[in-house]
Design a protein around this ligand. Structure first.
Ligand code: OOG
Ligand code: MG
Length: 247
């Protein structure tokens, strides 16, 4: 039997101490359902510390990300209010942070089936995600990264816009005024709305519902880049404006 709580504690401690650990599967092989159980146990630890669920993040929804990380299955993780970042992220609390552009959806009412998720969306925005694998060298298997809540660390969103077609909008990520990644939202499963529906399906399959006020991050359209201390990052989505963050 895999000790789910023990594995969750190891990752939780790595995050709290900002010290990486060896991949869990090096010592303990486990399957994907067990990996999600570890993820959930980690979220429960956060909830016991007072954090509240704030949404869902999708991972590996673009080829750019799959190729960067060598993992080729769509995964998901949970976001909490403590991960939401306004304009600054303190990278000294993180291990080896990376940042990536995201498309974000705002959920306006409880989603009881994947078919109703699009009508439940009340806003779309450009966003960013700061990833911080708790594993040494940012290297992991599919099971490891799922257990590690899909490397979630921080996220931010720009101004919300009324729901609209964001199936093919240009995305630009700049660091200190220099373009570092460009892409199209179409890289996200052909249309980030597919990722949104998958988020609703996965949540329901796990006995949860997307709740009013929750944010869904549809996944990065480009590779993630390292986020050094002092960096100023701007992510722009055509027609959606920009969101900025300083490390
Ligand atoms: C896992 C998280 C992937 C995305 O948008 O594809 C992700 C990782 O790359 O460490 O958030
Ligand atoms: Mg992401």
């Amino acid at each position: 039997m895999v000790d789910v709580d023990m594995l969750a504690e190891r990752l939780d401690k790595a995050a709290r101490d900002a010290l990486p650990v060896a991949k869990l599967t090096d010592r303990t092989p486990f399957d994907v359902p067990t990996a999600y159980a570890v993820q959930r146990a980690g979220i429960e630890r956060r909830r016991r510390r007072g954090e509240r669920l704030a949404g869902v993040k999708m991972g590996f929804t673009s080829r750019a990300k799959m190729a960067q990380m060598g993992v080729d299955d769509v995964i998901w993780g949970l976001l909490t209010d403590a991960m939401l970042t306004e304009s600054a992220v303190d990278v000294s609390t993180l291990i080896h942070p990376r940042i990536e552009p995201e498309i974000a959806y705002l959920i306006g009412r409880e989603v009881r089936s994947p078919a109703e998720v699009e009508s439940a969306v009340t806003g779309v925005a450009v966003g960013f995600e700061v990833l911080d694998s708790r594993y040494r060298d940012f290297k992991f298997t599919l099971q490891d990264v799922i257990a590690d809540n899909a490397s979630a660390a921080r996220f931010g969103v720009g101004a919300w816009h009324p729901p609209r077609d964001v199936s093919n909008i240009g995305l630009l990520m700049e660091i200190d005024g220099r373009a570092v990644e460009t892409g199209s939202s179409a890289a996200i499963l052909g249309d980030p709305a597919r990722s949104l529906r998958a988020a609703a399906r996965l949540a329901l399959g796990a006995g949860m519902k997307l709740e009013p006020g929750w944010i869904v991050l549809a996944g990065a359209a480009t590779a993630a880049v390292s986020l050094p201390k002092g960096a100023h990052v701007r992510v722009t989505g055509a027609g959606l404006g920009s969101v900025e963050v300083t490390a």
